[in-house]
Unconditional design. Structure first.
Length: 431
C-alpha cells in the first residue's frame, strides 16, 4: 500500500510539472524573443532571491534549453524510415532463371483517400565502343485503382494482365509488393522498383520512391544468378520497415540512456562557450559564480534558436506536397518556409548576442560582433572536427595519440614562459 501511495504521489508531481511546463515554455520563449534584455535582470533577481524557489514565474534556463534541444535531438533515433527497402530473394524465390523479388515501401502518414501504385521495370545493360546501352525488356504496373498492367518500351501502361495480386499491408503506411521475371539470355540486368502514392493522378504525386537491384545471369545454365543492391537498402532477410526504426524503445529509455547524458553535456557547451566569451579577460574570476549568470542567460538566448531549428527540421521531414495547395507539387513550399524562418531567427540571435556581449564587456558593437564571429568559427570548426573523427575511428585514435604529447609540450612551453614572465615582472618591480 505504501508503494502504491508513493507511486501516485510521484505521478502527481510529474504530471503537475509537465503541465506547468506546457504553460511556462511558450510564456518564457515569447518573453525571451520579444524582450531579450529582460533575461539578465531576471536571472540575477532569481539567483539572489532566497524567499521563493528560483525560476518560479518563468521556466529555468537550463531546463528550457534542454527541453527544446535535447528531446528533439534524442527522438531522431526513433524517427520512421521512409522510402524503399528491396528484399533479397531466398533460394525458393529463384527457379532456374526466374527471379521473384519483393520490395517494401514506407510512406508518410496520409489520409484514407490515398492510392498506391508500384512499378517494376527490367532492363539489360551492355557495354560497347559507344558506351553503356540500356535496353528495356519488360515490366508491370500494380495499382489499387486499375489492377495489373504491362509496361511498354516507353514505360506506359498497355495491356491489362489477368494476374491476381494484392499489396501486403504491413501497417497503414507500409506495403510490400512482389514481381517475377524470367531471364532468357546471360548478361547484366537491372530490376527497378518505383513506389508512388497519390490522390487523383500521377501528375499530383504525394511521394515517389525508387529502388534498384542488379542481376547477373551467367552463361552457364547450371550456375546461380548473382543478385545485389544497386542504390537502396538490401538484405537477405525479409525486413519490416515498421520494425527497423527503433520504435520499440520507449521515451524513458531514450531520455535516461548514457548517450543522452553525453549529448546534454555537448549541447550545454554551446551556451557555455558564449558565456565564457562575455567574461574572459574582463577581470571577472572564471568559476562557478563568475559565469553562472551569463551561462543561464545564454541558455535563454539559445533556446529559441534551437526550437525553430528543430521545428523546421521535423516539419521538413514529414512534409509532403499535398499539405500546401500549389499548382506545381514539385515546389517544396516547406523548404522555403523553413529556410526563411531559420534566417529570421538567426538574425535575431546574432543581434541579441552582439548586444549582450557588448553590454557585458562594456565595448562597442563592432568589438562584440568580432567576438561573436570568433565563437561561431570555433563552433563550426568543432562541428567539422567532431564529424570527421566520429566517422573515421582510425583518425580518432591517431588524433588522440598525437594530442597527448602535443598537449604536454604546450603545457611545458607555457610553464616556461609563465616563469620567465614572472621573473621579468619581479626584476622590473625591484628596479
Amino acid at each position: 500500500m505504501i508503494n502504491i501511495a508513493n507511486f501516485l504521489e510521484g505521478l502527481e508531481k510529474l504530471a503537475y510539472k509537465i503541465l506547468l511546463w506546457i504553460i511556462l515554455l511558450p510564456k518564457t520563449l515569447l518573453k525571451i524573443i520579444l524582450d531579450p534584455r529582460w533575461a539578465p535582470g531576471y536571472i540575477e533577481e532569481e539567483l539572489h532571491n532566497d524567499q521563493t524557489p528560483p525560476f518560479d514565474e518563468y521556466m529555468s534556463p537550463i531546463i528550457l534549453f534542454l527541453v527544446v534541444t535535447l528531446i528533439p535531438a534524442s527522438f531522431l533515433s526513433i524517427l520512421p524510415t521512409y522510402g524503399v527497402q528491396m528484399v533479397s530473394p531466398t533460394d525458393q524465390s529463384i527457379s532456374g532463371r526466374t527471379l521473384t523479388v519483393d520490395a517494401e515501401a514506407r510512406f508518410k502518414p496520409n489520409s484514407t483517400d490515398v492510392h498506391h501504385e508500384f512499378w517494376w521495370i527490367v532492363s539489360k545493360t551492355e557495354t560497347n565502343g559507344a558506351g553503356t546501352l540500356s535496353t528495356f525488356l519488360g515490366g508491370e504496373s500494380h495499382s489499387d485503382l486499375d489492377g495489373v498492367h504491362q509496361l511498354n518500351s516507353t514505360f506506359v501502361k498497355s495491356a491489362s494482365v489477368s494476374a491476381s495480386y494484392s499489396f501486403q499491408v504491413i501497417d497503414p503506411n507500409t506495403l510490400r509488393d512482389g514481381y517475377s521475371y524470367t531471364f532468357t539470355d546471360p548478361g547484366n540486368y537491372y530490376v527497378d522498383f518505383r513506389a508512388v502514392n497519390f490522390r487523383t493522378n500521377l501528375n499530383h504525386k504525394i511521394e515517389d520512391y525508387y529502388g534498384t537491384v542488379s542481376v547477373f545471369v551467367p552463361a552457364d545454365p547450371e550456375a546461380p544468378m548473382t543478385i545485389s543492391a544497386a542504390n537502396v537498402g538490401f538484405t537477405s532477410v525479409k525486413p519490416l520497415l515498421a520494425q527497423q526504426t527503433g520504435q520499440s524503445r520507449n521515451v524513458e529509455d531514450i531520455l535516461t540512456s548514457e548517450g543522452t547524458y553525453v549529448q546534454a553535456l555537448i549541447l550545454l557547451s554551446l551556451p557555455l562557450l558564449f558565456a565564457l566569451a562575455t567574461k574572459i579577460f574582463t577581470g571577472v574570476p572564471i568559476g562557478e559564480e563568475g559565469i553562472r549568470e551569463s551561462f543561464y542567460a545564454q541558455c535563454y538566448y539559445f533556446a529559441p534558436l534551437s526550437l525553430f531549428f528543430w521545428a523546421s527540421y521535423y516539419s521538413g521531414y514529414f512534409y509532403t506536397p499535398d499539405i500546401f495547395p500549389v499548382s506545381n507539387p514539385s515546389i517544396n513550399i516547406q523548404s522555403w518556409i523553413g529556410q526563411a524562418t531559420l534566417i529570421a531567427i538567426a538574425i535575431w540571435f546574432i543581434a541579441v548576442e552582439t548586444a549582450a556581449i557588448a553590454r557585458e564587456r562594456k565595448i562597442r558593437l563592432w568589438g562584440s560582433a568580432l567576438i561573436l564571429v570568433v565563437c561561431l568559427v570555433i563552433l563550426i570548426t568543432a562541428y567539422y572536427v567532431y564529424t570527421a573523427l566520429s566517422l573515421d575511428f582510425y583518425l580518432l585514435r591517431k588524433s588522440a595519440i598525437w594530442f597527448y604529447p602535443l598537449a604536454s609540450l604546450a603545457i611545458a612551453v607555457s610553464f616556461v614562459f609563465v616563469r620567465i614572465g614572472k621573473r621579468v615582472v619581479r626584476r622590473r618591480r625591484k628596479s
